[in-house]
Design a protein around this ligand. Structure first.
Ligand SMILES: *[C@@H]1O[C@H](CO)[C@@H](O)[C@H](O)[C@H]1NC(C)=O
Length: 216
């Protein structure tokens, strides 16, 4: 019986402990330009042509521009486009800079959990679970916080200087849905009546929010 049940249990466990699918080779340096094949991730370049340069980037070394959007935050990922060696490894870093008074508004990463490390600053962070319980903390330089996979979370700068964090994800493509933009600035737009009912506001207020977010 155990011979039969044990493999079955292990099979059932696999989806709960895996993130991106495992690579079958040492690496698969992304060919982000020439391939027209659509696969899960990017196709590999010929491994004979891979060099150490494919495994390094300085893209996170500088503070991002926090005044380029409504929310006062900048997020930069080490995508396969800038770090081709990351393709299929199931990890990615992001650098998050949040200006004074700024925030990364409530959002989700549908494909990854996120662990953040504060480089500098004072922040309030939090996530909401599927029972609508909020888990929030005030964190500062050197602290770590966790956002479980797919749960809605936010990051707010509560300090008097720009705050910076490094986020690490267990997917090379965590994806991001910024809740206010997904709902009020989608293309095409979600019908006004749907949002009015959802938020218990009127159509005029829906339009106001759309305009504030740069939607139509
Ligand atoms: C962070 O908070 C501490 C304690 O309140 C304060 O001493 C420090 O100046 C703050 N730093 C920033 C960047 O706001």
């Amino acid at each position: 019986m155990a011979y039969f049940v044990l493999p079955l249990i292990m099979l059932l466990l696999v989806p709960t402990i895996s993130s991106d699918p495992d690579s079958l080779q040492d690496f698969c340096v992304a060919d982000t330009k020439s391939s027209t094949v659509f696969i899960n991730g990017f196709p590999c370049m010929n491994p004979n042509y891979a060099t150490a340069k494919d495994f390094t980037t300085s893209i996170l070394s500088n503070q991002g521009n926090t005044s380029g959007n409504l929310f006062g935050a900048s997020v930069v990922f080490t995508t396969p486009q800038v770090l081709p060696g990351i393709n299929t490894l199931g990890v990615v870093f992001a650098r998050v800079d949040v200006g004074v008074g700024g925030e990364v508004p409530p959002h989700t990463h549908p494909r990854a959990s996120e662990i953040v490390f504060v480089l500098q600053g004072n922040l309030t962070v939090g996530f909401v679970d599927t029972t609508n319980k909020l888990f929030s903390a005030d964190i500062k330089t050197g602290d770590v916080f966790l956002f479980p996979k797919a749960l809605i979370h936010f990051v707010q700068n509560t300090g008097d200087t720009t705050a910076s964090l490094i986020g690490a994800f267990n997917s090379q493509a965590p994806g991001a849905q910024i809740i206010p933009l997904a709902l009020f600035a989608s293309n095409p737009a979600i019908p006004n009546e749907v949002l009015a009912k959802a938020f218990q506001i009127n159509a005029y207020e829906v339009d106001t929010i759309r305009k504030n977010l740069g939607g139509t």
